[in-house]
Design a protein around this ligand. Sequence first.
Ligand code: GLA
Length: 392
Amino acid sequence: MQNQEVYDELIGKFQAMYGEKPQIVAYAPGRIEVLGNHTDYNEGYVFSSAIDKGTFFAVSPTADATCELTAADLMETAKFTTATCAPAKEMTWQNYVNGTFNWLFDGNPAAAPHGWKGMFLGNIPLGAGLSSSAALEMCTVLALSKLYGIEKDKTTMAKIGQKAEHTFAGCPCGLLDQASSMYGQEGALVESDFRTNVFKTVSMGPTVAFMMVKSNAKHALVDGAYASRRKACEDAAKYFAGILRKPVTHLRDVTMAEWVLYHGGLDETVAKRAVHPIGEDERVLQGAELLAKGDLKAFGALMFDSHESSRHWFENSCEELDAIVDIAKTIPEVYGARLSGGGFGGSCCLLVDPTAADKIAATITAAYKAKFGDEPVCQLIKPSQGAHIVQG
Ligand code: GLA
């Protein structure tokens, strides 16, 4: 479904339910992660991009403290009040919105002067690793800020969504997904530094595009694998802080040379986990230089290296994603490919020559089908504008 169709359907459903148009509508896109995997919570670097699919959130105030939230795809409605807004065990989709509302009011939503009636609808495939949850948080925070006349900068809004993930949805994510959704720009990559929280955009030429290839492997970050990777990185940072004669708070502070010299003192699994974000940071910095020179082939080679690092060290890949990358390596018009986002399923991100998109999609689909019996979904992705108010 195109964005305009999503918008029209949402407004139609809102009007049918409430007999009036919503006062405010906000939109936020999903994201692809291009280079720099699991670096965000290690205070490292990432290249990502907002995509041309996202979620709309439509909202109007209520006269009292009641709140009502409808998932327009399911037509399920959750009801609560500003005072009873809390993590839910049923209809858990509401946690992304309610957690965002909660943290917009610094954890005290009862302080909100009135309630709201909201409805959301999006076109980001769920479980694809394209950050549908961050998109929902970012359109929520934009719409509710506007509704209550609260002024927040983009980074603060991204952090509100991240807190909702941590405390309402149960995923200890970094800031990448929310920041990419907020800072995305048409035709550009977002280059993030998660120590300084400086987000730059780097234009991409028309001769290159991204293709997302969605495997059918399940992607769920709430089941503990993400949290255990994060914990291993934090344990490794503590070890390096004790052994290196310099300040170390996160793996961002550790170089590959230091890992090579000192990883023998770490538990074997923790050592394997730690080398991934350390290598990823170096690849993003190298990638920035290559992009500046317009050397897309060399940038793409770093994407392949990134995937190998996921596969061997971080072990956040899976058979399906490995197969997609292996097939992609045999296609000359694919410059680079890697898993995108948390891992353990979801999608791969390919850097491609857009004029060969059909051929690439056909080759990958045929080879994947021969191996797994079902077809992946291949889609060209246009780096797109970040979250914004659409109406109101
Ligand atoms: C998920 C998380 C992000 C980031 C990526 C991996 O998308 O939500 O914060 O850690 O995984 O880079």
